[in-house]
Design a protein around this ligand. Sequence first.
Ligand code: ADP
Ligand code: ASP
Ligand code: MG
Length: 443
Amino acid sequence: MKFGGTSVGSPERMRALIPLITDDDRKIVVLSAMSGTTNNLVEINDLLYAGNTDQASQKIEEMRSLYHTVVEDLYSSGSFKKQGHELIDSHFDYIRNFTLRIFTKLQEKAILSQGELISTSLFHILLSEKGISSALMPALNYMRIDKDGEPDLFYIEEKLKQELDNHPSENIIITQGYICRNAFGEVDNLKRGGSDFSASLIGAVLDVDEIQIWTDISGFHNNDPRFVKNTSVIRELSFDEAAELAYFGAKILHPSSVNPARLRNIPVRLKNTMEPKDEGTVITSSSILLDYKAVAAKDGISVIRIRSDRMLMAYGFLRKVFEIFEAFKTPIDMITTSEVAVSITIDNPQHLNQIARDLRTLGSVEVEENQTIICIVGDFRTERTGSAPEIFEALNKIPLKMISYGGSPNSLSLLIDTKDKLNALTSLSEHLFNQANDIQRDN
Ligand code: ADP
Ligand code: ASP
Ligand code: MG
């Protein structure tokens, strides 16, 4: 059971979790940092990188006093309040220490890990005040990524099982989402929103009955509710559908979080902490097909267009192109080709300049940033007819930069300028979901 930032975002919310976790089932409770905390820690890191120690210290002290007010409200008795205040001071004294030293990636990651370390300890103490037995299992003892930043499943499984052996009769095991160690044993993390990924990895290596992601909305919606009105919940998604939507920007799930569950065929249930009776969404290996199920958008995309006469009738050209991306460990999201040109999108611009420089040895290169991939998930099996016209009709006023169709039986992706995103998402919702064309069909 993973509870996100808003689900642990206040003393009231933390108390509201108790009835959700105190049935007879044995469970691992994965917690995020309290909402806003990781953003604040990122800001502190930015200030420290910029050498602005005074402002960083001020921000640290603001966070410290905010957490002291949380402690005052969270616990009823003096001794538990004292324990909470001591905990908060020890974490913020630790963070404060970094204002005195040279600031590097190592320190940055150590600071980012504090949010989850604090929330899990506060919750563990809360359960103990309420007389509910639980164990706190440190994620830094078992969660690990390899030198490519990928989870090290063998290590995680072995170490997690050892950790669990320490608490054989405990029904509630609390652990941190998001944080891990890297191949060198240093504190690291699974990237923003990574607690979902933690829960899925834990569920997969333990082969659990179900992975539950508890958040602030009653399941997966058919469009991004932050940008579009009148979105509605999808009751069922397949792993493939959910993985594409998460990868292409649906914030409710971390981009990689479906994969471990899919690997071990473990259902993932999305639930709302504020409305626990709502059914939510279940993600399994099979699900009913709909013409259109959902739309997601991923910003921060750069498109690179390579044009070369050497591509004409040649083999091996694309290999040379791909090798350049591989050399800079930069994954490709979308690709389209024509007779003498190829367009490629990436979401990590870290090495964009070097990639463009090396690609210029193959032909002319054009780069455009601030692009958005729109991913439409539905029934796009190749034998079907007529699935694209409604999409193009919906987007007929929006310049389409790239179209990717046929790469997957359950999605179609488009590249547009980010400034057109709002219009595109709204229009897609109006055309695809708010009409009577979402008729259910058999598989
Ligand atoms: P948590 O802190 O619990 O991990 P997140 O903020 O990461 O929560 O994810 C939940 C949020 O994702 C929702 O509040 C909603 O605004 C946003 N969201 C974006 N796309 C979708 C979608 N397709 N369905 C549901 N929620 C979505
Ligand atoms: N606290 C981390 C973040 O805000 C991880 C998470 O919430 O999933 O990104
Ligand atoms: Mg999240």
